[in-house]
Design a protein around this ligand. Structure first.
Ligand code: SIN
Ligand code: NI
Length: 255
């Protein structure tokens, strides 16, 4: 598949830990998926799968509950780009909707993702963050600390814990930051180890992101607590089962 990823983009990803890919889906597709997502959030009863938090409302594993959003999560282009960037075969780990309500949602604090996930030394993890509407700075686009995917001694920082990263590693505040506004259908791919945050939504429109997370296909389950795996009865040390966490090469097969 022609993913449009150049050698220069690959170098940029390796160096910074993040790249932007324009129009991974079209504006029209983004508008459609946004509508589907907002309807799903609205029709999901309180106490159900949506976690309502101050930084964002989160619906984990939405691909398993909605066939239309499944087609976005298992989008062949997203999978192909992920494998190109990682340089190894990958599988879906999970997806989530991250929705910031109009005007109220607070910033998302700087954190690394991979430390939150139950894998023992995966060779690579990454997230595709797909903007389902124009997402300028004022609507809560993402910011990344360039090169921080090499930093290995940070703790698990909560997405609402705004000041923690500065306490844990004060010099990070002075590293260059990449703030990446996205048009509807644009996407960032970020390494699971990079420090990243998102702004508050100061606009009158929802900020809806569809985030697809992929992991090294060979990664072993570590047994660490996680909402996606806790009920699955996996043994620490085993490989993730293909029928639940589809490898990119099997993306036409439903999980
Ligand atoms: C956000 O969209 O607010 C945060 C996304 C992330 O932490 O990956
Ligand atoms: Ni994150």
């Amino acid at each position: 598949m022609d993913t449009g990823i150049s050698e220069q983009m690959l170098d940029e990803y390796r160096h910074n830990g993040i790249i932007k890919v324009e129009q991974v889906i079209t504006r029209e597709e983004a508008a459609h998926y946004r509508e589907v997502t907002l309807q799903l959030l609205e029709s999901t009863p309180k106490g159900g799968p949506v976690n309502y938090a101050k930084a964002f409302h989160q619906y984990v594993d939405v691909w398993r509950d909605n066939d239309m959003l499944q087609s976005l999560t298992l989008h062949p282009k997203v999978g192909a780009i992920a494998e190109q960037l990682a340089g190894i075969p990958m599988r879906l780990w999970h997806d989530h909707t991250l929705a910031k309500e109009p005007s109220k949602a607070q910033p998302t604090a700087f954190h690394q993702d991979q430390i939150k996930w139950p894998f023992a030394k995966p060779r690579h993890t990454l997230s595709a963050w797909i903007a389902l509407q124009d997402t300028p700075v004022e609507r809560g686009c993402m910011s990344f600390i360039a090169g921080s995917h090499e930093v290995e001694d940070l703790p698990n920082i909560g997405t609402g814990d705004q000041e923690r990263w500065k306490v844990e590693k004060p010099d990070l505040e002075w590293w260059p930051r990449l703030t990446v506004p996205l048009k509807a259908g644009d996407c960032t791919f970020h390494n699971g180890m990079i420090m990243h945050a998102a702004g508050a939504n100061l606009t009158q429109e929802w900020r809806v992101a569809h985030v697809v997370i992929l992991v090294d296909r060979e990664a072993a389950y570590s047994g660490q607590e996680h909402v996606v795996t806790d009920s699955l009865g996996l043994e620490a040390g085993q490989r993730m089962p293909d029928d639940r966490f589809p490898p990119v090469e099997k993306y036409s097969v439903k999980g």
